[in-house]
Design a protein. Structure first.
Length: 218
């Protein structure tokens, strides 16, 4: 059985990126959402993307982006996947995948069992579903990366079909428990490996990846 796959999202500098790659991250995420402290420009991401090469899957995170926005990113930055982290509908998700010919991760905010059940409407539109905590009700909240978690047993009690990732409030200290409780085969982290908001810490990335890889999927 394969080990847990980990995605390190919001990478902005070569040192953090190299720590993620050295630690065995399966996915590297670049954020193309200017309000985020983790945002990069397509030109900045291009250099990082070249550093990744074929060592991991390069994911571009976008939020309610237009086709023009996406095309501008892809014109500069080599990417392997797109992650839709806004309020994109199943129809919009499918359209992005079809238009740009790249596999798609669709992030879905979770707070209740109904939210998990509702994810089924995206199953045919996305290649991977990412279950994240619903953003908190505060002015500085972002669509993701808020260091908030949700009840992981919601996923174990109503196991999603197809490929999916667990996100939201994960750290080196709790990721093993989160995997056990949710049944996740893949995990995604951003704020949980930062020394300050938007500043990745190579040592924290290394610790997270080691902790995630101590378990195998159920």
């Amino acid at each position: 059985m394969s080990a847990i796959a980990a995605k390190i999202c919001g990478i902005r500098d070569p040192e953090a990126l190299e720590a993620a790659l050295a630690g065995g991250a399966a996915y590297i995420g670049f954020v193309f959402f200017p309000p985020s402290p983790r945002a990069v420009t397509p030109i900045e991401a291009a250099a990082l993307s070249e550093q990744v090469g074929r060592r991991a899957i390069r994911v571009g995170l976008i939020v309610n982006a237009t086709d023009v926005d996406i095309a501008a990113i892809l014109a500069e930055t080599p990417l392997d996947m797109l992650q839709l982290h806004g309020s994109e509908t199943p129809e919009r998700t499918a359209a992005v995948r079809r238009r740009f010919g790249l596999p798609v991760i669709k992030a879905l905010p979770i707070a209740t069992a109904a939210d998990v059940s509702g994810a089924s409407s995206y199953r045919d539109a996305a290649d991977i579903l990412l279950f994240d905590a619903k953003p908190p009700n505060r002015p500085d909240a972002l669509p993701g990366g808020n260091a908030e978690s949700f009840d992981w047993t919601l996923l174990a009690d109503n196991p999603p079909t197809g490929k999916w990732m667990l996100s939201g409030g994960l750290t080196a200290a709790n990721v093993a428990e989160a995997i056990r409780m949710s049944g996740a085969h893949a995990v995604d982290v951003s704020s949980g490996v930062e020394r300050a908001r938007g500043e990745k810490d190579p040592a924290m990335i290394e610790a997270f990846l080691k902790a995630a890889q101590t378990l195998e999927p159920n």
